[in-house]
Design a protein around this ligand. Structure first.
Ligand code: TXA
Ligand code: MG
Length: 328
């Protein structure tokens, strides 16, 4: 059996998807970053199904999605002026703020933390869906836990299939990497996960230094676990531009062009040299290489400015040795 897929730009599909959410079902929907697997954030049983379908450990909190920043008080009592400034500048958009939670929110959503991750996605279909459902929507990326995130409806259908009640197809995701997760729990804002909004832009909006979480400060959060966003095929980051292929069936994830000889398969991320282009192509390219029956994927590194930070973060986690999630 395969997943039911409806076009996201159709009002009747949105109404049907909203009805599925209201009765406790799961809807995969497009956002500008990656596809999300959504459930009504205030229905614990629906949220539990999200964890089950993804085989996600319950200590990993979900991001709550709103249709509009005006609804923030439904999930957080914050009156932090930094949150207001960031929401005004970056919402709707690929920024998740970690804020004090509203106590009525189910514990499963926040993994029992006293904070909640919240964002307003920029994809019009996502906002229409959440508005029609008239409830905040808890949604992780719509992929099995640990694997590469989906940037098309076909990826979702292929990986999660009939476990999802409905998939809304809104085309390929524009940004292509997940939202930046920014904690405002401390005096200095801290990036817990680099993503679609670069650190430079956050510092510019806040007029202050923004930290990046090191290993020690990371909460129990698999997006921050070393092995994540991973292909099944072994992946290594090459220390610089790739040379001729090593022995075996090796795939190349190239930055600007793939001229080095001998690779069984190759993907070019940024023919125009821009990190935005590369981010939008990253996960689909990883999937294609992962499906090519390779022994190894060799990835060229990129400059860690702007979105390059999120791209290198994903590549490092994809290349990390597999290890059991260890509670810290
Ligand atoms: O772009 C995105 O953020 C996508 C789309 C669907 O919105 N969602 C996404 O969700 O990437 P997920 O569950 O795959 O990643 C959420 C990340 C995890 O690393 C989680 O630990 C972190 O956000 N997170 C959520 N709530 C948190 C909290 N209260 N404190 C710290 N980290 C939190
Ligand atoms: Mg994810």
């Amino acid at each position: 059996m395969s997943a039911r897929v409806l076009p996201a730009d159709d009002a009747a599909s949105i109404d049907e998807a909203a009805a599925v959410l209201r009765r406790g079902g799961l809807v995969a929907f497009p956002t500008e970053t990656v596809y999300g697997l959504g459930a009504d954030a205030f229905q614990p049983i629906a949220v539990a199904r999200v964890f089950e379908v993804k085989a996600r450990p319950s200590f990993d909190p979900l991001i709550v999605h709103l249709a509009d920043a005006g609804e923030l008080s439904r999930v957080s009592p914050t009156n932090d002026p930094r949150a207001a400034a960031l929401a005004a500048r970056f919402w709707p958009g690929p920024l998740t703020l970690v804020l004090p939670r509203q106590p009525q929110l189910p514990d499963l959503v926040t993994a029992g933390l006293d904070t909640v991750g919240v964002r307003v996605p920029a994809h019009p279909a996502a906002r229409r869906l959440i508005a029609a459902a008239a409830t905040p929507v808890a949604a992780p990326s719509a992929n099995p836990f640990g694997y590469v995130s989906p940037t098309t409806a076909a990826h979702v259908a292929e990986l999660l299939g009939p476990a999802v009640d409905l998939v809304l197809d809104g085309g390929a995701c524009r940004v292509g990497v997940e939202s930046t997760v920014l904690s405002l729990a401390s005096e200095t804002p801290v990036i817990l996960r680099p993503g679609g909004v670069p650190r430079e832009a956050l510092e510019d909006a806040l007029g202050m230094h923004v930290g990046v979480a090191g290993r020690a400060e990371r909460p129990l959060a698999p997006g921050q676990l070393e092995k994540h966003y991973a292909t099944r095929t072994l992946l290594r980051i090459h220390p610089g531009p790739a040379g001729p292929a090593p022995q075996g069936r090796v795939g190349l994830l190239a930055w600007r062009e793939a001229r080095a000889p001998g690779y069984t398969a190759a993907e070019v991320l940024a023919p125009d040299g821009s990190a935005e282009t590369a981010a939008a192509r990253l996960f689909a390219a990883l999937r294609r290489l992962d499906a090519a029956g390779l022994d190894l994927i060799l990835a060229e590194p990129c400059d860690e400015a702007g979105l390059g930070h999120a791209i290198m973060d994903r590549l490092r986690r994809a290349s990390a040795p597999a290890r059991r999630a260890r509670p810290r």
